[in-house]
Design a protein around this ligand. Structure first.
Ligand SMILES: NC(=O)C1=CN([C@@H]2O[C@H](COP(=O)(O)OP(=O)(O)OC[C@H]3O[C@@H](n4cnc5c(N)ncnc54)[C@H](OP(=O)(O)O)[C@@H]3O)[C@@H](O)[C@H]2O)C=CC1
Ligand SMILES: O=C1OC[C@@H](O)[C@H](O)[C@H]1O
Length: 411
């Protein structure tokens, strides 16, 4: 690892606290969750319009320790007390998946803007209710965002600019977390808390497939899982491989594990396009030129650590009448982009620093939406609903069944 890489990662996790504006949004966190540090607390230090005002936990002492550790000024006695505080503008919901639905609904009803951890809810039954809440269709509705952080990173935009969804025929996606990172007692492996790898990491792969094809899957062709069978862990997949059929018979594949090998391997998505003709006025009229493009994004989920987009284009010049290949060659190039400026194009003038994590880019968009400003990118409600449908599709195919629906009565 180079010194500049090390420095970037150091500053990403230990950023300076910028001066806060008087009209900064006040966030409350429900649950003293580990993920809250990456998802909000660290990125908030770098945002002049975000203050982490309060935290609530089931146990006050735990909330107090969390507040002390993270410099959060207020502790509430319960999640509900946090929602009832008119001084709080926005809520982060980093609870176990099974509780996302209840607390996102309650937060929206309390008039709060909601940054909701992924996966948004336990299944599409809950998603139908949450994302179609009438409160979200009223004038000046609360902002609700499923925290699909990687989609806000500039390298994802670079990658997508090199993908032509209409020409994609095959996509292969991979993600992993080493075994030592996720303890068996983690909420990821608790069935009643809507655990499982397709919920935890797999949802990232699934979103990548949906975005790359620019379409929803028509069928989950196969979903092979390795799952726990005992106690609270039952029916929680710790590893899976799934295959989906997208429109026009195109295939999208996903592999993910939360019990991967000791050494972390960056996530990737490899996209194969069909061969297309390339207009080339320099060719004689008897010849035609074709290209087949393969694009791979490495490290799309946690781009701050390392990422790269590779493009490989295989060209052919053929005789038009005989179809005989006259010449063939391959061109390759790679790109990295930690900032919008490095990404270039439409993004070039947007805010960003080399040490901004995907979560910081996500927070930028979230705040802009709350403040009524334009955002270059967004994950809308229909998108999140379709995402849960894909997760359900895979769980049904796997035989493990969709994750249980909350008993919370939203209506
Ligand atoms: N964006 C990202 O990079 C990541 C996102 N995630 C997502 O964030 C969410 C939380 O994950 P993570 O932070 O790792 O989980 P943690 O176990 O660290 O935190 C979960 C929190 O949920 C609260 N909670 C409430 N009820 C229960 C219950 N019955 N059992 C256990 N906890 C309960 C606990 O809060 P209390 O303090 O009140 O006891 C706890 O702090 C998940 O949806 C996960 O998918 C996870 C990891 C990374
Ligand atoms: O980004 C992540 O990394 C760690 C996983 O436990 C988690 O589910 C995922 O969101």
């Amino acid at each position: 690892m180079s010194l500049s890489q090390l420095k970037r990662i150091y500053w990403a996790f230990n950023p300076p606290t910028v001066e806060k504006r008087t009209d900064a949004l006040r966030f409350g966190i429900i649950g003293a969750a580990n993920s809250a540090a990456w998802a909000l607390i660290i990125p908030a230090k770098l945002h002049p319009e975000v203050v982490i005002q309060a935290v609530a936990a089931r146990d006050r002492k735990r909330a107090e320790e969390f507040a002390k550790k993270n410099g959060i000024p207020e502790v509430k006695d319960s999640y509900q007390e946090l929602l009832d505080d008119p001084n709080i503008d926005c809520i982060l919901v980093p609870l176990p998946n099974a509780l996302h639905f209840e607390w996102a609904v309650k937060a929206i009803r309390a008039g709060k803007h909601v940054l909701l951890e992924k996966p948004s809810v336990s299944n599409s039954i809950e998603a139908e209710i949450l994302f179609k809440m009438p409160e979200l269709d009223q004038p000046n509705p609360p902002v609700l965002l499923e925290a699909f952080h990687y989609r806000f990173h500039p390298i994802w935009s670079v990658f997508m600019s090199l993908v032509n969804p209409a020409d994609v025929v095959h996509v292969d996606t991979y993600s992993m977390i080493p075994w030592w990172f996720v303890n068996k007692d983690h909420i990821h492996f608790n069935y009643n808390l809507a655990g499982g790898t397709m919920m935890g990491m797999g949802t990232y792969n699934f979103a990548a497939l949906r975005l790359i094809f620019g379409a929803e899957p028509e069928e989950c062709i196969s979903a092979d899982v390795k799952a726990f069978t005992e106690g609270v862990h039952h029916d929680c997949d710790y590893e899976f491989k799934a295959k989906f059929r997208f429109p026009n018979g195109c295939i999208g594949e996903a592999f993910s594990t939360l019990q991967g090998p000791t050494v972390w391997h960056p996530s990737y998505a490899t996209v194969t396009h069909r061969q297309v003709e390339v207009p080339d006025k320099t060719l004689p009229p008897s010849q035609e030129k074709f290209v087949t493009r393969e694009v791979t994004i490495h490290g799309f989920i946690h781009a701050i650590f390392w990422h790269r987009v590779d493009v490989k284009e295989s060209y052919e010049i053929r005789d038009k009448s005989t179809k005989k290949v006259i010449k063939k060659w391959t061109e390759s190039r790679s790109q990295k982009a930690h900032t919008p400026k490095e990404a270039g194009g439409d993004l070039a003038n947007l805010e960003g620093e080399t040490y901004w994590m995907s979560f910081r880019y996500q927070l930028e968009a979230f705040v802009n939406r709350v403040k009524g400003r334009e955002t270059a990118y967004w994950v809308d409600r229909e998108d999140s609903l379709n995402q849960m449908k894909m997760v359900d599709m895979a769980y049904e195919k796997s035989g493990l069944g969709v994750r249980p629906t909350s008993k919370f009565q939203a209506n």
